[in-house]
Design a protein around this ligand. Structure first.
Ligand SMILES: [Fe+2]
Length: 288
């Protein structure tokens, strides 16, 4: 049976970290602190070398999420069949708990833009993305999670708020949501919307994973640099998110100026503390 038709399962895997080459040795040695790992799909598609071997070892010992950047789910080009074939081979081999990509476009006229660009949020684009996500899921034989982007510009043509667009996409394609709480905060500051209203609009029951990360403030514009600790405002939003979703597998993304393993675990422990406090306060429901 195609398991994605059986309802959205959201196993709580606990608290994870990105699998980065800088920490391969520690992870292989069984360093404590992370309960699961997220690997960047695209780094493992064209290799039979050490990275794939490491990934297999990690998968043997931990739940795994595969997070991609190249599906261009909202793009104007046809879906890249060759990319999907390579992805499916990796997914079938690793049997990850989660497969995800972004609500964005990243390829035009066959050229990779090397950026995750926001979509025009219109009914026409919504129908386009729903159809493509559904097709990807049918091809992979499983549900995927789609991540909300951080953005620095918006299309004049957009006439649907991003959170509503994401909600309609998730329901229409029957996919899950990878909710990046830092991205919500960054985009809310850059575009001037209320991040809590955004979080209330996202269908909580479809949130299968949460990203936390640090941003860089550049003269009032926030950039999702993944190079710093999670900000206090984002920790507050994380607590608010959990009040809506209940416990969700959560992880810290830290991809530039990568600190020591121990420092990453300290940051992840803050997520554990927020979630534990939320649970002690009665789990779901706002406590102010
Ligand atoms: Fe993210």
């Amino acid at each position: 049976m195609n398991d994605r038709r059986a309802g959205l399962e959201r196993p709580h895997m606990g608290y994870g970290l990105g699998l980065r080459a800088e920490h391969y040795d520690e992870v292989l040695a069984g360093a404590a602190g992370a309960q699961w790992f997220e690997a960047l799909t695209d780094n493992y598609l064209d290799t039979e070398g050490r990275p794939l071997w490491v990934l297999e070892q990690v998968r043997r010992d931990y739940p795994l999420a595969l997070h991609g950047v190249a599906m261009s789910l909202g793009g104007p080009d046809p879906l890249d069949r060759a990319y999907l074939e390579r992805l499916k081979r990796l997914v079938d081999r690793m049997e990850p708990a989660i497969v995800s990509d972004h609500l964005c476009f990243s390829r035009v006229d066959g050229r990779n833009l090397f950026d995750l660009l926001p979509l025009p949020y219109t009914e026409e684009v919504l129908a386009h993305v729903i159809e493509r996500v559904a097709r990807v899921q049918d091809y992979l034989g499983r549900r995927i999670l789609v991540e909300n982007p951080s953005s620095y510009l918006a299309w004049k043509a957009s006439d649907i708020p991003e959170a509503e667009f994401l909600a309609e996409l998730a329901r229409g394609a029957d996919c899950g949501i990878l909710l990046d709480v830092n991205n919500v905060y960054v985009s809310a500051c850059n575009h001037g919307f209320d991040p809590r209203e955004y979080l209330r609009t996202v269908p909580a029951e479809r949130v299968g994973q949460i990203h936390l990360a640090g941003f860089t403030d550049m003269d009032g514009y926030l950039f999702d640099t993944h190079s710093r600790p999670v900000s206090d405002d984002v920790w507050d939003l994380y607590d608010y998110t959990l009040s809506l979703t209940g416990p969700v597998s959560s992880m810290v993304e830290w991809d530039a100026d990568i600190p020591s393993w121990q420092r990453l675990v300290e940051e992840l422990d803050k997520a554990r503390a927020v979630a534990a406090r939320r649970a002690a306060n009665g789990g779901r429901g706002e406590t102010g």
